[in-house]
Design a protein around this ligand. Structure first.
Ligand code: PHE
Length: 345
């Protein structure tokens, strides 16, 4: 028998840590169980000679007391922690609800329109929101100082240059980029955010969203445009939908038209959504002006095309009869939660 064995065990016991009752019981067995280390020392003690008994008896008893006290102390600490946990937590309580967000109505409408045109074979293109004068105006047949520029009140970023930077006022500039870079024939829709210097009201905002489409190939005619828009309108507003076109003006299309769809609320009888007319205006369109094709390096003798553009907020307003454009930008959860539906196509 050696003094060091006793001291080593005391040292071990003093630093013993357990974080479960199971570990405490294992420690008890290790030291004090039938085959435990301390029990073994007591066995050994029986056989030491009389003189040594006096030397080892007292420390051995002390070791046993240290072990018993330590095991008790660890048990009590864990019992207390367990009781505190039980008092503070009701494990049968239902968990916190996971709140799911919903798609923004403008995103829902954008996705729906993009999916319709994808089915018709159109690609999707995007471009920068900060654009240059060339792509927003010049290449679209709005010459500098031409009064047609008054149609779109513009936020300029850098003035005084030949080709100033500005916030794009329509997504037609993405079509210019498509004409400059994509191989012919081109069939593309361009959804995106646009900016105009307008006073904010129920019917106008300085930020809104558009989706514009462009198709350029040989022998594209106004009849193709009319058919594409009719098919789109029926996919979007239902199979009974009728369209009508009214002459209009855009610098980049000739001829140009505004498109109305038959009111899907009153089916032509007249209601307050269509203001009693039976028709709802949804987009502008026209045959791409040869000047615009040439400005982007496309041979206007060989190719022709059509373009159309609509406001996403306007379509969403018609779809859900929202009467104030500002709702789309205020992020009021009571409004956004109304659209907690999956995509209806
Ligand atoms: N860019 C036009 C606008 O913002 C819409 C449009 C696009 C009209 C394509 C005709 C053809 O008002």
């Amino acid at each position: 028998m050696k003094r060091e064995d006793i001291e080593r065990l005391i040292g071990e016991l003093n630093t013993l840590k357990c974080n479960s009752l199971k570990m405490v019981e294992e420690a008890r067995i290790k030291y004090l169980g039938k085959k435990g280390e301390i029990t073994a020392l007591f066995e050994e003690f029986r056989n030491v000679d009389k003189d040594s008994k006096r030397e080892f008896g007292k420390p051995l008893n002390e070791l046993k007391q240290v072990a018993i006290a330590k095991i008790e102390e660890l048990k009590a600490a864990l019992d207390e922690a367990g009781a505190a946990l039980e008092a503070s937590e009701d494990l049968t309580m239902p968990g916190d609800e996971l709140e799911l967000g919903s798609r923004h109505p403008v995103s829902i409408v954008r996705e729906e329109i993009v999916n319709i045109f994808r089915k018709f074979g159109y690609d999707v293109a995007e471009g920068p929101e900060i654009e240059d004068d060339h792509h927003v105006f010049e290449a679209l047949n709005f010459p500098a100082n031409h009064p047609a520029r008054d149609m779109q009140d513009t936020f300029f970023i850098s003035a005084g240059h030949l080709n100033p930077l500005l916030l794009r006022t329509h997504t037609s500039c993405v079509q210019v980029r498509a004409m400059e870079t994509m191989p012919l024939p081109i069939r593309v829709v361009c959804p995106g955010r646009v900016f105009r210097n307008e006073a904010i009201s129920a019917r106008a905002h300085c930020i809104f969203h558009q989706i514009e489409g462009l198709y350029i190939d040989e022998n594209v005619t106004f009849a193709d445009l009319k058919q594409a828009i009719l098919l789109f309108a029926r996919e979007m507003f239902g199979p009974q939908t009728q369209i009508r076109m009214r002459p209009s003006y855009f610098p980049f299309t000739e001829p140009s038209a505004e498109v109305d769809v038959s009111c899907n609320i009153c089916h032509g009888k007249g209601c307050n959504i269509c203001k009693g007319t039976g028709w709802l205006e949804i987009m502008g369109c026209g045959m791409v002006d040869p000047n615009v094709l040439e400005a982007s390096g496309i041979d206007s003798k060989k190719y022709s095309g059509f373009a159309f553009g609509m406001g996403l907020e306007r379509i969403a307003m018609l779809k859900w009869q929202v009467n104030d454009l500002r709702h789309y930008f205020e992020n009021d959860l009571r409004f956004l939660r109304e659209f907690n539906t999956s995509l209806e196509v």
